[in-house]
Design a protein around this ligand. Structure first.
Ligand code: NOJ
Length: 546
């Protein structure tokens, strides 16, 4: 297996010179470094732990790994508060561990995408410390957004988006107070990030996932005595802090940088914008390569909604010549089996607490598997989040005193937040921390009875979620589904998402009634068993040749 993939990578890296666009149909696996594998036993995952487990991704059949931040950081937002963009936090290892991880990934045929956090730094970044020391009106303050008066903008984590410093000025932070927003009108900020991109490109990374890509440029009301500028040809997003047209110039300049390097290095937008046509503006030919399709992620488990979002996404991306980028789970949202685990269709948005209505675990897993099998048949790119290949649900009963997401504190404990999807991965059924690390410690407690999700109990077991994912990736590759095209299946009823992708007919049943397959259909893959009449039961997806 490893040898085959290695050869595959060599072939790929040669052919990328000829411009093979690997990123158009790839399957990319997200690693959340704190929670993937802990080599040194301090209870927090690390780069050596990741390196040791990378073969898991290759065996699964992924094409690339995306790592959430591992840079030096006070960890006020689990590393999305970066204090040094060119190093590794000692929690996770050293730069040499990073290099070893990249080398191992490339040896296994996996490309490596790292996270870039350009909207804000940590308040412990040298620049912010210098801004505090230098005082109002200084060039140091101009790298951030300092004002004499705050406005009414709110932080995404709750409360005001402004905090006051000792001399009375206020600084903007769209997230935590420890994440001051940078001023992207300042050329020094632009130059710095161009250099950071090159730093990691030179170290061999294959791309960047760009955090808060829709937030860098803000629209400020002109002073009342100024003549208003004529309205722009393309209107900005309605909210002054999101989706302003100015961000696109930044991505055009970054595209030029990544294109200087061989091997089709990529930029991926994390841009929570709608409608989908605005998301597609981030993936125009001279901008980014991919943008997460959050409209798809947010869709309920209902055929009508899913069909609608698939159709509009493919149309919007086709308009700009970009692939669609499907995703169901990540480190910011309730894991999809738990999201779909409410019989009444409730969709929890920002965590689930012990006192909240609890999802039905079995129903959620069934739908979660069906949703994944549906997603992996769609043309385009697919992102997987660590642990979903084990069927992991959200941890919905975390003790309050274990919660670390700043949302929890900033919302006055009203919003549970994202810790429940960040719990360390169970690798083995027995043993302390389910094999996450050598000891008992794990930075968030793992639920009792997670041994039933552990990898070692699923490997080689027919019907396990792990084997389902592996087989899905194998068949997806064999039939070229990622590079295919979608044609709706005319016979699909209202509760069915049905389409053909090349030779494969995909039937996902979100309703209660079983669905009849065409006569003679040969099943390639099924998320659950068919009924005794060979029909597709509720909450099940099949791929058939018919
Ligand atoms: C999006 C990241 O995915 C999230 O985890 C983080 O809290 C915010 N951006 C702020 O960086």
């Amino acid at each position: 297996m490893a040898v085959g993939r290695l050869v595959g990578y060599r072939r790929l890296s040669v052919s990328t010179e000829l411009s093979t666009q690997w990123w158009r149909d790839a399957v990319i696996y997200q690693v959340y470094p704190r929670s993937f594998a802990d080599a040194d036993g301090d209870g927090i995952g690390d780069l050596p732990g990741i390196t040791a487990r990378l073969s898991h991704l290759a065996e699964l059949g992924a094409d690339a790994v995306w790592l959430s931040p591992f840079y030096p950081s006070p960890q006020a937002d689990a590393g999305y508060d970066v204090s040094d963009y060119r190093d590794v936090d000692p929690l996770f290892g050293r730069l040499s561990d990073f290099d070893a991880m990249v080398a191992r990934a490339h040896e296994l045929g996996l490309r490596v995408i790292v996270d870039l956090v350009p909207n804000h730094t940590s308040d412990e970044h040298l620049w912010f410390q210098a801004a505090l020391a230098a005082g109002p009106g200084s060039p140091e303050r101009d790298r951030y957004v300092f004002r004499d008066e705050p406005n009414d903008w709110g932080s995404m984590f709750g409360g005001s988006a402004w905090s006051q410093v000792e001399d009375g000025q206020w600084y903007l932070h769209l997230f935590d107070a420890k994440q001051p927003d940078l001023n992207w009108d300042n050329p020094e900020v632009r130059a710095e990030f161009a250099d950071v991109l090159r730093f990691w490109l030179d170290r061999g990374v294959d791309g960047f996932r760009v955090d808060v890509a829709h937030g860098l440029v803000k629209r400020w009301e002109p002073p009342s005595d100024e003549v208003a500028a004529p309205p722009p040809a393309v209107p900005d997003g309605p909210e002054p802090m999101w989706d302003q047209e100015g961000v696109h110039d930044i991505y055009r300049s970054w595209r030029e940088i990544v294109d200087e390097y061989p091997g089709e290095r990529i930029l991926v937008a994390e841009a929570w914008v709608d409608p989908i046509e605005r998301m597609a503006r981030y993936v125009r030919p001279d901008e980014m390569h991919q943008a997460f399709n959050f409209a798809y992620l947010l869709a309920p488990w209902s055929a009508g909604d899913i069909r609608e979002v698939i159709g509009s996404s493919i149309a919007a991306c086709r308009e700009v010549g970009a692939p669609t980028t499907w995703v169901l789970s990540n480190h910011d949202v309730v894991r999809h089996p738990s999201r779909f685990g409410y019989a009444d269709g409730t969709l929890p948005r920002n965590g689930i607490a012990a006192g909240d209505p609890q999802p039905d675990e079995a129903l959620g897993l069934r739908r979660g598997r069906a949703a994944t099998v549906l997603m992996l048949a769609l043309p385009g790119v697919a992102y997987l989040y660590q642990g979903e290949e084990l069927g992991l649900p959200e941890h919905t009963t975390l003790p309050d005193d274990a919660r670390q997401d700043p949302t929890w504190a900033r919302s006055g404990h009203a919003v549970a937040g994202r810790d429940g999807c960040r719990v360390p991965v169970p690798w083995t059924a027995g043993g302390p921390s389910y094999g996450f690390g050598p000891g008992e410690r794990s930075w968030l407690p793992q639920p009792p009875a997670w041994d039933r999700y552990a990898l070692d109990g699923q490997r080689g077991v027919t019907g396990s979620t792990y084997e389902l994912y592996r087989e899905a990736l194998r068949v997806r590759r064999a039939y070229g589904l990622g590079a295919g095209t979608l044609a709706w299946w005319e016979e699909a009823g209202p509760d069915v998402v049905g389409f053909r992708n090349g030779d494969v007919l995909v039937v996902a049943n979100t309703g209660a009634e079983p669905v009849q397959l065409p006569v003679g259909a040969r099943v390639l893959l099924a998320s659950g068993e068919l009924d005794p009449q060979g029909r597709v039961p509720a909450d099940t997806t099949v791929w058939v040749l018919a």
